[in-house]
Every structure is written in structure tokens, then in C-alpha cells.
Design a protein around this ligand. Structure first.
Ligand code: SF4
Length: 421
């Protein structure tokens, strides 16, 4: 009887990629894959091994991983799974404590070894959307971030291996390719002599991407965002006019304490240059509120800046104090109530910005990629929306094909989503 396995992949797109590599290994070892939702649907379903890829980045993510392990252990108690295999970032950080606490877990592994070579993967996302992990680890050492401690220093995948992977995904009819890493703008810095830059790599990726329509940049770092890269994004039609550019803060004293290695004026100059060279570009950013020692005045500076710059897309995090990071020792740490108030403030001002921005689309025509149908309504995204983290476009048509592009006339707009026909 062929053994069956399933997987729960928590955390970020990079974790998803690793989960697909692990799934491919289990299939190679003769296991049959069952999607977790399908497995859960029928109480009678059982499988030999359930895998959990954990996230250990910040407290909320850690809590979610631990809750998921507990749920899986109750499935084991009900004999719906025989073996529980837990791996990933949370295990990399707290293996000893976890092994002591969860004695019924059968196998523990930290993060999977990053291979600079082409990876076979079992796709967990719809076939036409994919992620290309070009590097792992990070050299920036932001003072609040534990990732370099979990994933180690920057390790770039070799260019020829990346292009081999793109060619395969291109043949597999992938329509949208999201370029990921911890900081993709540092790709190649560890590959020694030669022109190893993200700008050059992107040009070569576009060169072999015949069927792929959209190539999207996720997880860039403003410190390493070069003029060449701006020109490549501006000049290549396949590259989405969408840039994920986490700034984390804007006050110079806080940026220094965060070890972001960039100043307010440099961030502003970069944004102005990007917007000048790439008309209608959509900028996504991430900010942290309540970083240790952040004063009310410095927080107001951040709010004023966000109202002036008007990022089209924004994610906000309350600072999460993490052991094994430099910021852990900063004093004073900000009280949760203040962090929450600042978080709510940023999210409410961003809601207005996003809503005003979306209103501009009414009456225009947008190229929309149809991804799914829910409750009889077709749902898609424009190049200005990354999967899962940004808005969607509801389409009023009755007959559309999933996995296809359509030019949709935008007839209405909500804060984050659009309506088209
Ligand atoms: S660039 Fe990102 S992954 Fe790297 S240390 Fe900073 S926050 Fe962490």
C-alpha cells in the first residue's frame, strides 16, 4: 500500500518554496501526496506522515507554529496520522526546548540546507503562479531580525542554475514568476568576481522567459537598489511595475538603531528616482512601529512621511522583541498598548491612501490575471497586486477561463480591491 503524506506550510513564500522541495523528496521516496485541506475534509482520511514547515520569525508566527504542532498531535492521538515531522525556522531556533515539550513528534529538522543548484519541487500553489528563490540567508543584520541567525549569511544560487529553473517553469506554463530571497537585491554579492547583480540576472531571466508574462520582485532592500536595477525594471515589459521595498522606518536615529544602513534622505531620493524612471510603478513597503526607544515625535515623523509619500501598498508590524538580536537589549522597550495604538494609526492612514489610490482606476482598463472562482465570482489580480498579500480584482463576467489574462474595465473600487468587467 503506497504511503501517503501531507504538509502544512507556515510563514512566508520562501518557506513555501522549501516545503515544495521537501514534498518533492517525499514523492521521490515513493509517498503519495494529499493536500492538507482534502485530508482534513474527511474524518476517515489517514496518512502515514504529516509534515509541518514552521515559522519562527516573530512572536505571532511562533504562536501559530506551536498551535499547529498541538493540532497535529491531536490528529496523531486520533490515529489519523502515524508520523509527525516538524521542521523549519522555529525548530532551527528552539529545537532543544521543542523536543522536550513535544515528545510525540517523530522527527525534527531545522531549516533545509540551501542548495545553490536547481531544485525539483512539488508545486503547492496553482500551477500558473510560481516563486523562484534565488538566494537564502542575509548579510544585512538588521538589529531586530533573527533571520541571519536562522538562515545564516547570504548564499546565492548560481545564475546558470536559476536560468535552468526558469526554463523549466516557462515550459510548465507558469504565467507569473515571483523572485524571492531574504534580500534579492544582494543576490550575487557572495559569488565572487564577474558581473553578478540582480539587474544582470533579471535581464537573463527575461531572456529565457518566453511564456511567462509577469516577473515580480519581492523582498528588495533600499540600500542595495541600484540604478541599473531601476533601468531594467523600467525597460522590460515582463517585469511588473511593482516593487516590494521594505523601509521599516524613516527617522534617521531609528534607522541607525535598526542597522538599516540607509538614511531618510537616501530613501526619499531612491523613491523619487524609481517613480521618475518607472511611471505608474506601485511601491509596496513594510514598516515597524514601536521599535525600542521610538519616541512619539519619531513616530509622528513616520506618519507624516507615509502621508506625503503615499505608498500604494503597505504592511505594518508591531516590533516583536526577539532573543538573539541586538535590539533585544535596547531600553526602553515600548509598551504593547503604545505599539498597538501606533499600529492602528498607521493602518488607518494607509487605508485612506489605498482607497484614494484605487479610486484612480475607475474607468481605466487593467490587464487582469484570473486565478479562481469563488461563490460564482471570478477573482484575479493586476500586476500591481502580489499573491496573497495585496488586493484582488472581482470580475463581473460569467464566463472566464482561470489561468488566463483579460483586459478588464474597472467599474468600482474598495479600499484594497477593485471591481472590473
Ligand atoms: S534584510 Fe530582511 S532578512 Fe535581512 S536582516 Fe534585515 S530584515 Fe532580516
Amino acid at each position: 500500500m503506497q504511503k501517503k503524506f501531507s504538509i502544512i506550510s507556515l510563514g512566508c513564500f520562501r518557506n513555501q518554496y522549501d516545503s515544495e522541495v521537501v514534498c518533492a523528496q517525499f514523492i521521490k521516496d515513493g509517498y503519495k501526496f494529499i493536500p492538507y485541506e482534502a485530508f482534513l475534509k474527511n474524518d476517515g482520511n489517514s496518512c502515514d506522515t504529516l509534515i509541518i514547515n514552521t515559522c519562527g520569525f516573530i512572536d505571532d508566527a511562533k504562536k501559530e507554529s506551536i498551535e499547529t504542532i498541538k493540532e497535529a498531535l491531536s490528529l496523531k492521538k486520533e490515529k489519523r496520522i502515524k508520523n509527525l515531522f516538524v521542521f523549519g525556522c522555529l525548530v532551527q531556533r528552539y529545537r532543544k526546548q521543542l523536543e522536550k515539550f513535544f515528545i510525540d513528534v517523530d522527527r525534527w529538522e531545522g531549516v533545509i540546507e540551501f542548495s545553490p543548484y536547481f531544485n525539483y519541487r512539488k508545486k503547492l500553489w496553482p500551477s500558473f503562479i510560481d516563486f523562484l528563490k534565488i538566494s537564502e540567508g542575509c548579510i544585512n543584520n538588521c538589529s531586530y531580525c533573527v533571520i541571519p541567525k536562522i538562515k545564516g549569511p547570504l548564499k546565492s544560487k548560481k545564475q546558470e542554475e536559476i536560468l535552468k529553473e526558469v526554463k523549466l517553469l516557462d515550459k510548465r506554463n507558469v504565467k507569473e514568476l515571483n523572485i524571492i530571497g531574504q534580500d534579492i537585491t544582494s543576490w550575487g554579492k557572495d559569488l565572487g568576481g564577474g558581473d553578478f547583480s540582480l539587474a544582470t540576472l533579471l535581464k537573463n531571466i527575461v531572456g529565457v522567459a518566453k511564456n511567462i508574462d509577469w516577473i515580480r520582485l519581492l523582498y528588495t532592500h533600499p540600500r542595495h537598489f541600484s540604478d541599473e536595477l531601476i533601468n531594467v525594471v523600467a525597460g522590460e515589459e515582463k517585469i511588473c511595475k511593482y516593487i516590494d521595498l521594505p523601509i521599516q522606518h524613516i527617522n534617521d536615529r531609528i534607522l541607525k538603531l535598526m542597522n538599516r544602513n540607509i538614511t531618510k534622505s537616501e530613501i526619499i531620493a531612491l523613491i523619487e528616482k524609481i517613480r521618475k524612471k518607472i511611471p505608474n510603478v506601485v511601491l509596496r513597503t513594510t514598516v515597524i512601529v514601536g521599535f525600542p526607544t521610538e519616541t512619539e515625535k519619531e513616530f509622528e515623523e513616520l506618519c507624516k512621511f507615509l502621508q506625503e509619500i503615499k505608498f500604494e501598498r503597505l504592511g505594518c508590524f508591531m516590533y516583536s522583541r526577539q532573543d538573539n538580536t541586538a535590539a533585544y537589549f535596547l531600553k526602553p522597550q515600548i509598551h504593547y498598548k503604545i505599539k498597538k495604538a501606533r499600529f492602528d494609526r498607521v493602518m488607518s492612514l494607509q487605508k485612506q491612501i489605498a482607497s484614494q489610490f484605487n479610486q484612480k482606476f475607475i474607468g481605466s482598463t487593467l490587464k487582469v490575471f484570473v486565478e479562481e472562482k469563488e461563490d460564482g465570482i471570478f477573482i484575479g489580480r493586476s500586476q500591481f497586486d502580489a499573491p496573497d498579500i495585496d488586493g484582488i480584482v472581482f470580475l463581473k463576467n460569467n464566463k472566464l477561463k482561470i489561468g488566463k489574462f483579460y483586459n478588464a474595465k474597472i467599474i468600482d473600487a474598495y479600499e484594497y480591491d477593485l471591481v472590473g468587467i
